[in-house]
Design a protein around this ligand. Structure first.
Ligand SMILES: Nc1ncnc2c1ncn2[C@@H]1O[C@H](COP(=O)(O)OP(=O)(O)OP(=O)(O)O)[C@@H](O)[C@H]1O
Ligand SMILES: [Mg+2]
Length: 254
């Protein structure tokens, strides 16, 4: 079965004033069920565009996205997305934010309460169900955003630099929590990051992209048992290999 597959994707953005811009060209990628993929690459190489296309928020100019053997044309209920800027609804409490999807799907009030409690527990925020997003730190808001995505029971979770704005320590804590959730729910994750450290810690496979035009340059399987330790020399070796790819990319541009 083709679980999730990008086939010969090209994405052109048309501009009224300037020439058409080729954001992605000839992108081919196969993602297996329950795999944790990190998309890594310089700014502007098309990482978010790939996620937005898988999410059905953007359509490829040519090529196809195949999900569970079918071509996708629009947003899928079982593909969830977590954005960089948390994107919680400021007028809803934490628990109402978490069960927004189930509410749209007409899940009963009692059941929604159970779902909210379950995820509040999972993100260690049981006492925060009744507060509003502005009362929370960035790390807490991001936990809620992850809980909200999970409350829809997705098979695939797309995450666009979800920890980019967090301090280094909170980021490490949330990476660890995310891996626990991923292991427990056996979801497939496509995670965008700029950070070689984050990619080496999280991914089964790192997909390194280059820009102008955006394309996949290399797929690097990360063969290191979990829980990975940053102090392990093997971890250092992986991060330097990934960093080397950024350096190669810069040299070509000069
Ligand atoms: N709606 C749009 N209209 C025109 N150009 C766009 C649009 N969306 C993205 N682009 C261009 O496509 C390219 C890829 O953008 P994208 O946001 O996917 O990059 P990225 O790899 O996610 O970058 P970053 O790491 O900075 O988030 C960029 O050059 C961007 O300017
Ligand atoms: Mg982006």
């Amino acid at each position: 079965m083709n679980y999730l597959k990008l086939e010969n994707i090209k994405k052109v953005f048309s501009n009224n004033s300037k020439d058409d811009f080729i954001a992605l060209n000839d992108v081919n990628l196969e993602i297996k069920e329950s795999e944790f993929i990190c998309l890594l690459g310089p700014s502007g190489c098309g990482k978010s565009t790939i996620l937005r296309m898988i999410a059905g928020l953007e359509t490829p100019s040519s090529g196809s996205i195949i999900y569970k053997d079918k071509k996708i044309y629009k947003a899928q209920k079982d593909i969830g997305m977590v954005f960089q800027n948390y994107s919680l609804m400021p007028w809803l409490t934490v628990q109402d934010n978490i069960v927004l999807g189930p509410k749209f799907s007409k899940v009963s009030k009692n059941e929604r309460k159970d779902i909210a409690n379950h995820y509040l527990e999972m993100i260690n925020m049981t006492e925060f169900g009744g507060v509003y997003p502005y009362e929370l730190s960035g790390g807490m808001q991001q936990r809620v955003a992850i809980a909200r995505a999970l409350a829809n029971n997705p098979d695939v979770l797309l995450m666009d630099e979800p920890f980019g704005a967090l301090d280094a320590y909170t980021r490490i804590v949330l990476q660890k929590e995310l891996l626990k959730i991923w292991e427990k729910h056996k979801i497939t994750v496509v995670f965008v990051t700029h950070s070689v450290d984050e990619a080496a810690y999280l991914a089964d496979k790192v997909v390194f992209m280059k820009s102008k035009p955006g394309r996949i340059y290399k797929e690097i399987p990360i063969i290191m048992p979990r829980e990975r330790k940053r102090e392990d020399p093997q971890f250092g070796k992986i991060t330097s290999e990934l960093l080397q790819l950024f350096e190669e990319n810069n040299k070509i541009k000069k």
